[in-house]
Design a protein around this ligand. Sequence first.
Ligand SMILES: Nc1ncnc2c1ncn2[C@@H]1O[C@H](COP(=O)(O)OP(=O)(O)O)[C@@H](O)[C@H]1O
Ligand SMILES: [Mg+2]
Length: 242
Amino acid sequence: MLSLSHISLTIGEHRILSDVSCSVDKGEIVGLIGPNGSGKTTLFNVISGFLAPTHGTVHLRGLDITCSSSSRRAQMGIGRVFQNFGIFREMTLEENVLVALEALPKADRTQRGNLRKIAGETLEMVGLQSHAKQKAGSLSGGQMRLLEIARTLMSGKEVFLLDEPTAGVSPKLTQQVADLILQLKKQGKTILVVEHDLPFISHVCDRVIVMDVGRVALTGKPDEVKKSKELRELYFGADPTT
Ligand SMILES: Nc1ncnc2c1ncn2[C@@H]1O[C@H](COP(=O)(O)OP(=O)(O)O)[C@@H](O)[C@H]1O
Ligand SMILES: [Mg+2]
């Protein structure tokens, strides 16, 4: 589905990514972990087209998209969830979802039928249906995060890039985010998720990629990675489960 080949990125004097190669299969959930500043968000920027790599290529379904704009990539099915970015606080939850639906190409919109009904179903999926008529500004940070994820989900995207979806989210909502990711997997969606919470990663991910100073340090199944000596060394003896 998504394949990165020998991606390097230098900004000014700083080499931020060095020869990163990895791929994600359709329907796979891959966790991206690593210490702060190891280049995870930058890699997402390269995948979504916000930053052009200095070297290397990005392929989506076998197509070279390295030079495609971020809006083109979004049209092609790459969805990025930003942290509480683009939520209209003065609008109701329902309106927030409708805005995303109305931004779809006309053919897609017509095909989907009753947008209000779909908006309702979307909110139900993240357990926010009882707040549908409430202003988004009244939600907690975690609920806003869920709304943002739900909205992106409605956009018909195939590949989701989630950057720390549980940051600042209560344990209960964290569980909801995990459930949502697993639901998406059932629908055959492909997901790359950056997360510090290792139990969360183990729960939802099929595979984990560990980054360190702009490189892929190791990759494997969550259990293998958790047990690895390299991971412990990366976190300099800190308990990686916290
Ligand atoms: N636009 C930029 N210009 C210069 N340095 C940047 C830029 N964006 C990120 N960096 C640097 O790149 C490194 C990786 O950052 P980032 O991808 O945000 O890491 P992570 O998401 O893993 O915490 C950091 O050292 C950061 O300071
Ligand atoms: Mg980051």
